[in-house]
Design a protein around this ligand. Structure first.
Ligand code: ADP
Ligand code: MG
Length: 372
């Protein structure tokens, strides 16, 4: 009948499929920014500048001094599953770079206007290219019907990617993101986290049309100075180092345990028991250089701090884990925010014990100032 006629299965057309997929990967401007930061870091940039207008919805521009993109690759740049980072499935097991699925720029080009200016060191000229829906398009996004070509222009080594009018074709998403300053805060948060972890890169961020930097870090500063720049002295003055690695493991057993768990190292900083802050800064976790959230780890470490901090106070922590890549599954979700790794419970326990040890050492050396 009528009803049945309406429920026949039909295949969605590609444009719809691509838009849906893109909207799942890029939920807010900060997601697009994270992908582009990772691309710049993968391209060996040492300086990354970010420009933001209206919370990144109107404009998000990332400029790096990395290796640039070969002119011959520009046709594929925004094609889905086009990547320079892996070529076979097995590569996923050992991938050391941030991206690996060739989906980020493709996704962005399906839900925004994306343009690129890029120059490699061995090229005389830079090239500018415009993309819509995964494909090169004519200057200023006008489709002239003929095969679009990147345009030679003058420029510096590196890559500048400009994303304009994000979600222009998903009106419901724009409505959901109407608080521009929230979106800007999320962008700043991602930049700050990468600035803390990626010490060999300098990051800076400005609002469009404003001369002052909202955030600016120099490359090659010690981690505590990077934290000072991002979160201020209130945090930076109260930090304790944490490290689990071959050099600090005292006994052979410790080294063996670690190795059998597939844990290469843990490094980072945590605030001490003097740090009292009612403001919650979400823990910063990097696993194999990817910014991730790891709720089990967060819960376990927070529980240790309960013993040392007055009620209602929150610690700050930055932990960078290196895990044997073959034990790591980064492929469980397109956004790559969640990771799974083998021996999760045991590794978390190892970290928790270490945090406990560090905090109690400080606590006993302070003698008179005990916890309330
Ligand atoms: P992935 O990072 O997974 O490969 P992306 O869509 O993020 O996929 O990027 C596609 C490709 O574009 C990358 O593999 C890389 O070769 C190139 N690329 C993207 N951004 C940059 C950049 N800032 N500098 C140099 N190359 C880049
Ligand atoms: Mg990428």
């Amino acid at each position: 009948e009528e009803e049945i006629g309406h429920t026949r299965i039909r295949k969605l057309d590609d444009a719809v499929i691509n838009k849906i997929a893109a909207g799942e990967i890029i939920i807010q401007p900060a997601n697009a920014l994270k992908e582009m930061l990772e691309n710049s870091i993968d391209a060996h940039a040492t300086m990354i500048e970010i420009l933001v207008k209206e919370g990144g919805i109107k404009l998000l521009q990332i400029t790096d001094n990395g290796r640039g993109i070969n002119k011959l690759d520009l046709g594929l740049l925004c094609e889905r599953f086009a990547t320079s980072k892996i070529s076979k499935f097995e590569d996923l097991e050992s991938v050391a770079t941030y991206g690996f699925r060739g989906e980020a720029l493709a996704s962005i080009s399906h839900i925004a206007r994306l343009s690129v200016v890029t120059k490699t060191a061995d090229s005389q000229l830079a090239y500018k290219a415009f993309y819509l829906n995964g494909k090169l398009t004519g200057p200023n996004f006008k489709d002239s019907g003929v095969q679009a070509e990147p345009k030679p222009i003058a420029g510096k080594d590196g890559t500048q990617i400009l994303v304009e009018d994000l979600f222009y074709n998903i009106p419901s998403r724009i409505k959901a993101l109407r608080n521009k300053s929230d979106e800007f805060a999320k962008i700043l948060d991602v930049i700050g986290r990468y600035a803390i972890h990626t010490g060999h890169v300098g990051f800076s961020c400005k609002r469009f049309g404003e001369p002052v930097y909202v955030l600016s870090t120099r490359p090659n500063l010690p981690v505590k100075e990077r934290i000072r720049t991002v979160y201020g002295s209130v945090v930076a003055n109260e930090l304790l180092d944490i490290a689990i690695d071959g050099a600090t493991s005292k006994t052979k057993e410790e080294v063996n345990v670690k190795e059998s768990l597939g844990l290469v190292s843990v490094s980072g900083v945590i605030t001490n028991a003097n740090y009292n802050n009612k403001k919650k800064i979400q823990p910063i976790f990097f696993i194999n250089h990817r910014l991730v959230s790891c709720d089990p780890l967060k819960r376990a470490v927070n529980a240790v701090f309960q013993f040392f901090l007055p009620k209602g106070n929150h610690p700050f922590m930055y932990l960078a884990l290196e895990i044997d890549p073959k034990n790591l599954d980064v492929n469980i979700h397109p956004t790559k925010r969640e990771v799974r790794f083998l021996n999760e419970d045991e590794i978390i326990e190892l970290i928790v014990d270490k945090v406990h040890l560090i905090l109690s050492n400080v606590d006993t050396s302070r003698k008179f100032k005990t916890q309330s």
